[in-house]
Design a protein around this ligand. Structure first.
Ligand SMILES: [Cu+2]
Length: 401
């Protein structure tokens, strides 16, 4: 074990060379803390090794100190008829021992910990760069081809985005927040870093084990993701900086793909042009995090529900009012502070630059379908259909030239 340890220390651990779960009886900890999953990144084994070194040093000293304390309290307890003995003022050997041994143990913690930290600081030059925007209470990733994810999964009653990453390729995250401080944590990768408003922080990692593959049709067109092992639905991304009401639901599903599958998935996420407005609006509602604050079932969250709001008169905290139509929706998205709906906090951040014009239209079409009026629902469906028809006609005309 010692040889193993120093190898790790000198060479920089990889999951294979070390087998983090074998080190220091770590497997029960994996089971308890990580749900039986060992680390899935180039940093996992190294981080676990430092962690368990610190953990077992602490356990050993705790046990030793508690044992001696109880033992001596009993052994040297005051007995009837005896006086407390005068204790030695000084014992050089003992004092050297309790200075030198902890200094060495702590020195190893520092040097080893710093070495692992340093490995995580600088991303390789050929990293895949992903732009991350954190907001209350959602993660948005923009891939190098401009794609954001279109896929979601329901995790514990909350709809969360699904993000894919390539296995065996370094990935660098360039992160910033639109509101408060968040922190991006991948438990399976054993990495985490804070995300701040008004500045960028970076973090990188190389994921290691496939969790999913891409299903494609005969023409090589993307259909969907499929877990390789049905018992393993992938990993989690969570927020580890308390950031308000729904902090605990600020998460995402992470799936790990082979580089070719990853490229196909990424390309499929980039083309929203084929998706009709209503479906796109519904997707954006979840993938852009509107669902954190707006419900579609009538319940009030941080923001007003979207159910049945279309076409109604909205009253604002300054006594004015306006009708919920496309212009109002547009302004609410781009300049949310312009009108504050009565009874709600001014807590929505602007999505200026994060939604295209077509996406804003899609959201308003989706909102309309949540209206109680049959006319509005009908109209939304027609708008969505008309756009598809126009596109098909254009494609047909284009194809004929
Ligand atoms: Cu957060």
């Amino acid at each position: 074990m010692l040889a193993n340890l120093s190898d790790t220390f000198l060479a920089g651990a990889t999951a294979k060379s070390l087998g983090a779960s074998q080190l220091f009886l770590a497997s029960w900890w994996d089971e308890l803390w990580w749900g039986g999953k060992t680390g899935q990144s180039n940093f996992a084994a190294g981080t676990d090794a430092v962690f368990f070194y610190i953990f077992w040093v602490s356990v050993a000293f705790f046990a030793l100190l508690m044992f001696l304390m109880v033992l001596w309290a009993f052994q040297y307890r005051r007995k009837a008829g005896t006086h407390a003995p005068v204790s030695n003022s000084h014992n050089t050997k003992l004092e050297i021992a309790w200075t030198v041994i902890p200094t060495i143990l702590l020195g190893v913690m520092f040097v080893w910990g710093f070495k692992e930290y340093a490995r995580q600081l600088v991303a390789p030059i050929d990293s895949e760069e992903i732009q991350v925007t954190a907001s209350q209470w959602a993660w948005e990733w923009v891939y190098p081809n401009g794609a954001t994810t279109l896929e979601t999964e329901v995790i514990a009653d909350a709809t969360a985005p699904v993000f894919a990453l390539p296995v065996g390729r370094p990935v660098k995250f360039i992160m910033s927040s639109t509101d408060v401080i968040h922190s991006m944590f991948f438990s399976a990768f054993r990495i985490k870093r804070d995300v701040f408003p008004n500045r960028y922080t970076v973090m990188w990692v190389e994921p290691q084990e496939l969790t999913h593959r891409v299903l494609a049709d005969a023409n090589g067109k993307y259909i969907k993701l499929e877990p390789i092992d049905p018992a393993n639905p992938g990993h989690y991304l969570t927020c580890t900086e308390y950031c308000g009401d729904q902090h605990s639901q600020m998460w995402a599903r992470i799936v790990l793909l082979s580089p070719t599958d990853y490229e196909m998935w990424k390309a499929a996420q980039a083309s929203t042009d084929d998706i009709d407005l209503k479906t796109l609006g519904e997707m954006l509602y979840a993938t852009k995090g509107c669902n954190a604050c707006h419900s579609v079932d009538g319940s009030a969250k941080t923001g007003p529900t979207w159910k049945g709001s279309w076409g109604t008169q909205r009253t604002f905290d300054d006594g004015t009012s306006a009708e919920m139509d496309i212009n109002y929706v547009r302004q609410s998205i781009l300049e949310p502070a312009a009108h504050i709906v009565d009874g709600f906090p001014n807590q929505m951040v602007s999505y200026q630059g994060r939604l295209t014009d077509r996406e804003i239209r899609a959201i308003s079409v989706f909102l309309k379908t949540l209206s109680s009026s049959k006319d509005d629902q009908q109209k939304a469906q027609e708008e969505s259909d008309a756009e598809i028809a126009a596109k098909k006609a254009a494609a047909a005309a284009g194809g004929g030239e």
